[in-house]
Design a protein around this ligand. Structure first.
Ligand SMILES: *[C@@H]1O[C@H](CO)[C@@H](O)[C@H](O)[C@H]1NC(C)=O
Ligand SMILES: *[C@@H]1O[C@H](CO)[C@@H](O)[C@H](O)[C@H]1NC(C)=O
Ligand SMILES: *[C@@H]1O[C@H](CO)[C@@H](O)[C@H](O)[C@H]1NC(C)=O
Ligand SMILES: *[C@@H]1O[C@H](CO)[C@@H](O)[C@H](O)[C@H]1NC(C)=O
Length: 456
């Protein structure tokens, strides 16, 4: 498929820097509250101490370093992630199916899941009304419960969207003045709406799947052409969305895509470039990973296809990428989508992204991330239930359509801690492979995500 082009793109960027930021990061970033300062970059060594190419398969990729101090408290701390009633309503069908089958246990689990916060996808100009709806409802819940809420939004409407997959192409095209329309008719009203709702807190994920393509898919002509638009569009969004109650997370794809050792430094440099473009003093809170993908946070079993990657689950991906971000003067905080998690052995290749089975709902937003202080929160960004397309599990409907059999499976295989249950079997981690190979496998294809329809 597209692996050969991705591989070609990869070989162009194969210089490996040896974690330039590791020893310095604590003193340099600890007191900057998530404010990337593109103008005062720390001294990045021009010549990495060990420009060796065998680094990719670090014999012990488990602990890149001790985590840095968090840069200011996570905005998720002490706040409940807004639960989207539109999604909860769709789960009524799932509840009814379990009831009809006399499966009380799973019916009860659906009730728990319906109250879990998920992100609201805003993916068209018409869909901007979805922000008003979310604000109105979150405000009502906040007043009613007295509990502070954080509203999760995804901002997803770049011109020439999904340049490598073309599965999730959007309404805007560069041929038709898409970038100007994006700025004027999408970003500006978006910013006006969230900016005005300062009684709430927002976490906004910026443009899933976009900069990942800029980093690894420049061999695809459409992506090469789209890259400057992506960069300018995201930079504009960042500059317009500067509010104290709004926390921005740039999408950083997932460990199976950008987590390969050779991709980490180019990834950090690309993000630094976009931040610089946004303008001096413009801030983001961090990065979002695994949006609409299926990687576990803590893999209980290390899959064979992750063998040569230091980023074999999303916990490790954050730890692998963090020092490179810090070397660029960027924040190194993450939110990680656990809305759907593949069970061990579900995928033969990391690149499988479509209605992967078996899978389950992952750990709840706010679940423990152990001692990884780079994680602001586990979250559910992609609400399980909308089909990824007519592929993967049998009977899958077109992309975006509700796939109730799939959701039933997600409930049956859900992370037991969601319901206060004990884990089924605490499978020990498999040891990391010992033998490095100079040849690195290609990163897998991006997982195109299907946004939820924004309005009922
Ligand atoms: C984090 O936890 C892991 C085990 O879960 C441990 O091996 C590691 O030493 C810990 N790191 C720090 C900095 O505490
Ligand atoms: C994974 O690798 C191990 C050791 O090389 C092998 O025994 C096992 O069969 C592989 N698993 C799969 C699913 O290919
Ligand atoms: C990635 O997301 C999938 C589905 O959203 C989830 O199953 C998996 O646990 C996530 N992995 C990480 C590391 O967040
Ligand atoms: C991940 O692993 C850490 C350390 O073993 C643990 O403390 C944490 O609860 C785990 N989190 C999840 C979501 O599995």
């Amino acid at each position: 498929m597209r692996v050969s082009t991705i591989l070609a793109a990869l070989s162009a960027t194969s210089l490996v820097a040896a974690h330039p930021g590791l020893s310095r990061r604590q003193d340099e970033v600890s007191d900057t509250p998530a404010a990337p300062e593109p103008t005062e970059l720390p001294e990045v060594p021009e010549t990495p101490e060990e420009p060796e190419v065998t680094e990719p398969a670090e014999p012990e990729p488990t602990e890149p370093a001790e985590p840095a101090e968090p840069v200011g408290p996570s905005p998720f701390e002490g706040r409940k992630l807004y639960a989207n009633p539109d999604w909860s309503d769709k789960l009524e069908e799932t509840y009814a199916a379990f009831e009809a089958a006399g499966d009380e246990k799973n019916a009860a689990r659906v009730r728990t899941i319906q109250d879990i916060g998920t992100f609201v996808w805003i993916t068209t100009r018409a869909g901007l009304a979805g922000i008003d709806t979310a604000i109105e409802r979150a405000r009502a819940i906040q007043e009613e419960t007295g509990e502070d809420h954080i509203v999760g939004l995804v901002l997803y409407n770049l011109p020439d969207r999904d340049c490598s997959g073309l599965e999730s192409g959007g309404e805007l095209s560069s041929d038709e003045n898409g970038l100007e329309i994006y700025k004027e008719e999408f970003i500006k009203p978006y910013a006006e709406k969230v900016g005005a709702a300062s009684d709430l807190t927002f976490a906004i994920v910026l443009e899933p799947d976009s900069l990942g393509n800029a980093i690894t898919n420049s061999a695809i002509e459409f992506c090469a052409n789209a890259t400057p638009l992506y960069e300018e569009g995201i930079a504009f969004a960042i500059s317009e969305l500067q509010f104290d109650h709004v926390h921005l997370y740039i999408d950083a794809a997932h460990g199976g895509w950008l987590g390969w050792q050779d991709n980490l430094e180019p990834t950090a440099k690309e993000f630094a470039k976009v931040l610089a473009l946004a303008g001096e003093g413009k801030r983001i809170r961090g990065f979002a990973t695994n949006v609409s993908n299926y990687n576990p946070f803590n893999a209980t079993v290390r899959e064979n296809y992750t063998e040569y990657s230091p980023s074999w689950d999303e916990n490790h991906y954050a730890l692998s990428l963090a020092p490179f971000l810090e070397a660029e003067g960027l924040p190194s905080q993450f939110i990680i989508d656990q809305g759907r998690v593949a069970l061990p052995g579900a995928r033969e290749e990391w690149g499988e992204w479509c209605n992967v089975a078996p899978a389950g709902f992952g750990a709840a937003p706010g679940s423990s991330t152990g001692n990884n202080t780079h994680i602001d929160s586990l979250v559910w960004i992609k609400p399980g239930g909308e089909s990824d397309g007519e592929c993967g599990m049998e009977g899958a409907p077109r992309a975006g359509a509700w796939f109730d059999e799939y959701v039933q499976m997600l409930v049956e295989n859900a992370e037991p801690s969601l319901f206060g249950e004990e884990p089924a079997e605490p499978a020990p981690e498999e040891p990391a492979p010992e033998e490095p190979t100079p040849e690195e496998p290609a990163p897998e294809e991006p997982a195109p995500e299907e946004p939820a329809p924004e309005e009922p």
